[in-house]
Design a protein around this ligand. Structure first.
Ligand code: GDP
Ligand code: MG
Length: 291
C-alpha cells in the first residue's frame, strides 16, 4: 500500500486547481502553511486499486526566482529533501495558449533533477486558436512525459493518472544546464560542493529562502558576487532558457491563425489585415457627413 507524493506546480491561471479537482474529486483538505497566510491545498487521488497519490496544489508561480511569499513556498519545498511533502514527482501544469511563458518554470524544475511530468491543459482551445502540437517531438526535446488534457472537459486525466503511476520511468535529466551560463564560476561551485546539485546551489546563492540542508552562509560568503553581477547572471539564465524554449516550440508547435475557428480571432485577423482599408472607408464617411 504505497502513496506517491505529487506536487502540482505552475503559473497562475493555467488551470492547476481545475486539474487538482479532477484528480482528487472530493478528497480535499485546505489549510495554511505554518506562520503565513498562504493557502495549502492537498488531496488524495486514486491511481489504481492499490496505489494512491497525495497531491499538493502549490501556489501559482512564474519562476523559481523568488519574489513573493507564494514563490518562496514553492522553492523551499523543492529545495528541501527532508520536507515530509518533498515530491516523488513534480507535475508542471501549462496551457496551450501560453506555452512559451509557462515553460520557463518547467525548465527550472527540470534542472533540479526531480522526476517531472508536463501537463498541457486547455486542449479544448487548440482548434479554436489554430494550435497544433507534436507531442512526441516535445517529449523528446523536453526530456519528459506530456499529458495533453482538458480539465474543463475531463479529457486526458486518466492518461495523467497513468503517467503518475509509472513515475519511476521518468527521466530526471535536466533539459538545460544552468551551469552553462558561467562555466568558470559553476566549476568552482561544483568543486567546493561536489555532492550538491549545481542549480540548487545557484538558487541558494541568489534567493533569500530558508534552506536547511546546506550552510547557506558558508556558500554565500565564499561565493559572493556583487548584486549587479548576480542580476546579470540571472538575466543571462532567463535568456538561455527562452532560447531553448523557442527552439523547442519551433519543432513541436504550429500556430496557424487562418485555421482558427474562434470567431474573435477571425475578426481580429480581418481587422489587422484591413485596418487601413477601414480607416480610409471611415475617413470617406466622415467627409461625406461633413457636407
Ligand atoms: P489556477 O490559477 O492555475 O489554479 O487555475 P484555475 O484552475 O483556477 O483556472 C483558471 C481559469 O481557467 C478558470 O477560469 C478555469 O475555468 C479555466 N480553465 C481551467 N481548465 C480549463 C480547460 O481545460 N479549458 C478551458 N477552456 N478553461 C479552463
Ligand atoms: Mg489555483
Amino acid at each position: 500500500n504505497s502513496i506517491i507524493k505529487v506536487a502540482l506546480i505552475g503559473n497562475p491561471n493555467v488551470g492547476k486547481t481545475s486539474v487538482f479537482n479532477q484528480l482528487t474529486g472530493l478528497n480535499q483538505q485546505v489549510g495554511n502553511y505554518p506562520g503565513i497566510t498562504v493557502e495549502k491545498k492537498q488531496g488524495i487521488a486514486k491511481l489504481s486499486s492499490e496505489v494512491k497519490a497525495k497531491i499538493i496544489d502549490l501556489p501559482g508561480t512564474y519562476s523559481l526566482n523568488a519574489s513573493s511569499i507564494d514563490e518562496n513556498v514553492v522553492i523551499e519545498l523543492l529545495l528541501n529533501k527532508n520536507d515530509e511533502d518533498f515530491p516523488d514527482v513534480a507535475v508542471v501544469v501549462t496551457e496551450v495558449e501560453n506555452l512559451k511563458r509557462n515553460l520557463l518554470l518547467f525548465t527550472q524544475i527540470k534542472d533540479l533533477e526531480i522526476p517531472t511530468i508536463l501537463v498541457i491543459n486547455m486542449a479544448d482551445r487548440m482548434k479554436l486558436k489554430g494550435i497544433e502540437l507534436d507531442i512526441e517531438s516535445l517529449e523528446k526535446e523536453l526530456k519528459t512525459k506530456i499529458a495533453l488534457v482538458s480539465s474543463r472537459k475531463n479529457q486526458g486525466i486518466d492518461n495523467l493518472r497513468n503517467i503518475i503511476l509509472n513515475y519511476t520511468e521518468l527521466s530526471t535529466e535536466p533539459c538545460l544546464h544552468a551551469s552553462s551560463i558561467d562555466p568558470e564560476y559553476f566549476d568552482k561551485l561544483r568543486k567546493a560542493f561536489p555532492n550538491q546539485l549545481l542549480y540548487k546551489l545557484w538558487l541558494v546563492i541568489t534567493q533569500d529562502v530558508n534552506f536547511l540542508n546546506l550552510e547557506r552562509n558558508e556558500i554565500k560568503s565564499s561565493f559572493t558576487k556583487s548584486h549587479s553581477d548576480l542580476k546579470r547572471l540571472q538575466q543571462k539564465e532567463t535568456i538561455k532558457r527562452y532560447q531553448f524554449i523557442n527552439d523547442t516550440l519551433k519543432i513541436g508547435q504550429k500556430i496557424d491563425q487562418s485555421k482558427a475557428t474562434d470567431i474573435r480571432a477571425k475578426i481580429d485577423r480581418i481587422l489587422t489585415h484591413r485596418v487601413f482599408g477601414y480607416l480610409i472607408f471611415f475617413g470617406i464617411l466622415m467627409v461625406i457627413f461633413q457636407f
